[in-house]
Design a protein around this ligand. Structure first.
Ligand code: PEP
Ligand code: MG
Length: 537
C-alpha cells in the first residue's frame, strides 16, 4: 500500500473529491524515438494501423448509419497500402514510426486541404482523425476516456477530455502544471469538479487512492478515511436552492433592472439549470461541443444542439458563440500549436481561414434561428473586416438554404470584446448588433500573460484595473452607439468584481449557473453605481 503523502497546489475549482489515480500518459520522447531496426519501426507502424482498424470496426458496429459511413471511409483509407508506404519511406530516411506517420499524414492532409473541391477538402478532417488514432496506438496515449470516479493526474488536461468524461461519480483533477484561468479550470468550476493546479511533478502509482482537497489547496496520496472525512467536513454549505430559482432580472437597491444570463459550455448542463432563473443564455460556447474534427463540420449535429438550447430558453434570447478554437482549445489539425496560438489563428481568424468550418456552423445557426430568439457571437474579433466577412458567409449560406427550400432566418450578429484593439476602437464596429466583454482574454492580452501559463499567473491576476479601465472606455464609446452590451468573462461570475462592473455601467451579466445565487444576492444588495445604500449616504 502506498504511503500517505501530502502534495500542495493551487485550487482551480473548489471542493473535495476522492478516487483512484488515473495517470495521463504523456507522449514521451521515448514514444517518438527511433527503435532498433528499420524493420522494427515498420512493424510497429503496421501493428498500430491494424489496431486502429480494429477500433474503427468496433465503433462502426455500434454506430448509426451516417457515422458508419464515415468510419467505413476511414477503414478503407487505412487498408489502402499507399498511406503506410508513404510513412515507410520516411522510416527508411531515418524517422521513427510515430514521426514518419505524423509527417506523411500531415503532408497528405495539407494536399487535401489545398484541393479546389470543397467536398474533398472536408474529407481532410477524417484523415486527421485517422492520423491521431494510429498515433495514439503508436504512442500509447489513449483516445479513450478513463473510469468514472477517478482522479485525473497529469501535466495538463485538454477540455475535450474533460468534457468526454462522466464526472457524476465524483473524482477530481490534479495537474502538475495548468492554470486557474485555463478553459479546463473554468469547466471544472462550472461542473463543481475539485481541481488543483501547479502541484509540480510528483510520483504516484496509477490506481492508488487520492484525496483532492481543493478547498485546502492540497492532495493526499493514500489518505486515511479520517483525512477524507475531515476534508469533507470543512466544505462550505451550499446556498439554499430557493435563491437559485429566482428570475433572470434582478432589481438593484435603487430599482435598476440587471439581467442575469447563463453561460453554457455543454448542452447537458441545461438539464440542471432552471430556465426561469435566467434571462436566457448569454454565452453558449461551442468549441466544447466538438470532440473530433468531423464534429466541426457536422451541420446537423450543430443544428440540433442549438435548437435544443433555444427550446430550453423559450422566449428568452440565446447567444451562441461561433467556434473559438485555438489557444488552449485546440482540435488536432485545426488550430495552431497550443503554446503559440493564443496570438495566432484563433477564433474568428481560424473560421475565416477555414471557411468550410464557419459555413457549416453558420448554416446550422441560420436554421436554428427559426426556433427562437438567437444571437450569434463572434470570438476574437480584432478589426471590422472580420465581422463583415462573417456576415457575408451568413448571407451567402442563407441564400443557399432558401434556394433549396430550407427554412432559415438571419440571427443578430454581435461580437466578443476581448482583444484590446477592438475594445479601444469600439465605435468602428457599428455593424455589430451587440457587444459582450470577454474579460478572460482581455486580461491576458492586456498583460501579455497567457491565461494557461501558471508561471505568469501573478501578472494575469494583476489585470483587474487595466481591464476595468478598458471596459469603462468601451462603455463610453458604446453609449453613443445605442447597442446592447454585457459581460461574459469570469469577472462577472465573481462577486468581488460586481461593484466595479456595475460602476462601469454594465447591466447585463452572463454567469456560470452555479455562481448565480451569489451574484444575484451581490447585485441585489448594491445600487446601480456599485455602491451600497450606506456608502451612498
Ligand atoms: C473571455 O475571454 O472572457 C470569454 C468569455 O471567452 P473564453 O473564456 O471562452 O475565451
Ligand atoms: Mg475569450
Amino acid at each position: 500500500m502506498a504511503e500517505t503523502l501530502e502534495i500542495t497546489g493551487i485550487s482551480a475549482s473548489p471542493g473535495v473529491g476522492v478516487g483512484r489515480v488515473h495517470l495521463a500518459a504523456d507522449i514521451t520522447a521515448d514514444a517518438l524515438a527511433l527503435g532498433e531496426t528499420l524493420a522494427a519501426e515498420s512493424d510497429k507502424l503496421r501493428r498500430a494501423v491494424a489496431t486502429a482498424i480494429a477500433e474503427l470496426e468496433t465503433l462502426a458496429d455500434r454506430s448509426d448509419e451516417e457515422s458508419t459511413g464515415i468510419l467505413d471511409f476511414q477503414i478503407e483509407m487505412l487498408l489502402d497500402p499507399a498511406l503506410v508506404e508513404m510513412a515507410e519511406d520516411r522510416i527508411v530516411a531515418g524517422d521513427s514510426a510515430a514521426l514518419a506517420w505524423f509527417g506523411a499524414l500531415d503532408d497528405y492532409i495539407a494536399g487535401i486541404e489545398e484541393a479546389p473541391d470543397e467536398q474533398l477538402r472536408a474529407r481532410a478532417i477524417d484523415i486527421v482523425d485517422i492520423r491521431n488514432r494510429v498515433l495514439s496506438a503508436l504512442t500509447g496515449r489513449p483516445l479513450e476516456d478513463f473510469a468514472p470516479g477517478s482522479v485525473f493526474v497529469g501535466k495538463d488536461l485538454e477540455p475535450s477530455i474533460f468534457l468526454a468524461h462522466d464526472w457524476t461519480s465524483g473524482g477530481g483533477i490534479v495537474l502538475f502544471e495548468g492554470s486557474v484561468s485555463s478553459h479546463v479550470a473554468m469547466l471544472a468550476r462550472s461542473r463543481s469538479v475539485p481541481m488543483l493546479v501547479a502541484t509540480g511533478r510528483f510520483a504516484v502509482p496509477a490506481g492508488v487512492r487520492l484525496l483532492v482537497d481543493a478547498n485546502g489547496g492540497r492532495a493526499v496520496i493514500a489518505p486515511e478515511d479520517a483525512d477524507v472525512r475531515e476534508a469533507k467536513s470543512k466544505t462550505p454549505a451550499t446556498k439554499p436552492s430557493a435563491a437559485r430559482r429566482e428570475g433572470g432580472v434582478i432589481e438593484t437597491a435603487d430599482g435598476v433592472a440587471i439581467r442575469l444570463s447563463a453561460i453554457i459550455n455543454d448542452p447537458l448542463e441545461l438539464k440542471a439549470v432552471d430556465p426561469a432563473s435566467f434571462a436566457g443564455i448569454g454565452l453558449m460556447r461551442t468549441e466544447f461541443l466538438v470532440t473530433s474534427p468531423a464534429d466541426v463540420v457536422d451541420e446537423e449535429r450543430h443544428y440540433f444542439i442549438y435548437r435544443h438550447a433555444l427550446e430550453w430558453a423559450g422566449d428568452a434570447p440565446v447567444i451562441v458563440r461561433m467556434l473559438d478554437l485555438g489557444g488552449d482549445k485546440t482540435l488536432p489539425g485545426l488550430g495552431a500549436r497550443r503554446s503559440e496560438s493564443f496570438m495566432g489563428l484563433r477564433g474568428i481568424r481560424l473560421l475565416l481561414a477555414r471557411p468550410e468550418l464557419a459555413r457549416a456552423q453558420a448554416r446550422a445557426l441560420l436554421r436554428a434561428a427559426v426556433h427562437g430568439d438567437l444571437g450569434v457571437l463572434l470570438p476574437m474579433v480584432t478589426v471590422p473586416d472580420e465581422l463583415d466577412a462573417m456576415r457575408t458567409f451568413f448571407e451567402e449560406e442563407r441564400a443557399d438554404l432558401s434556394g433549396s427550400g430550407v427554412e432559415a432566418r438571419m440571427p443578430e450578429i454581435g461580437m466578443m470584446v476581448e482583444v484590446p484593439a477592438a475594445a479601444l476602437m469600439l465605435e468602428r464596429f457599428s455593424r455589430s448588433a451587440f457587444f459582450s466583454f470577454g474579460t478572460n482574454d482581455l486580461a491576458q492580452y492586456l498583460m501579455a500573460a497567457a491565461r494557461d501559463d501558471h508561471s505568469v499567473a501573478p501578472l494575469y491576476n494583476a489585470a483587474t484595473s487595466a481591464v476595468l479601465r478598458v471596459i469603462a472606455q468601451g462603455m463610453a464609446l458604446a453609449e453613443t452607439m445605442n447597442k446592447p452590451i454585457g459581460v461574459c468573462g469570469e469577472m462577472a461570475s465573481d462577486p468581488r468584481h460586481i461593484p466595479a462592473l456595475m460602476a462601469a455601467g454594465l447591466r447585463h451579466f452572463s454567469v456560470t449557473p452555479n455562481r448565480a445565487a451569489d451574484i444575484r444576492s451581490t447585485i441585489g444588495a448594491l445600487c446601480s453605481d456599485g455602491r451600497t445604500v450606506a456608502e451612498r449616504k
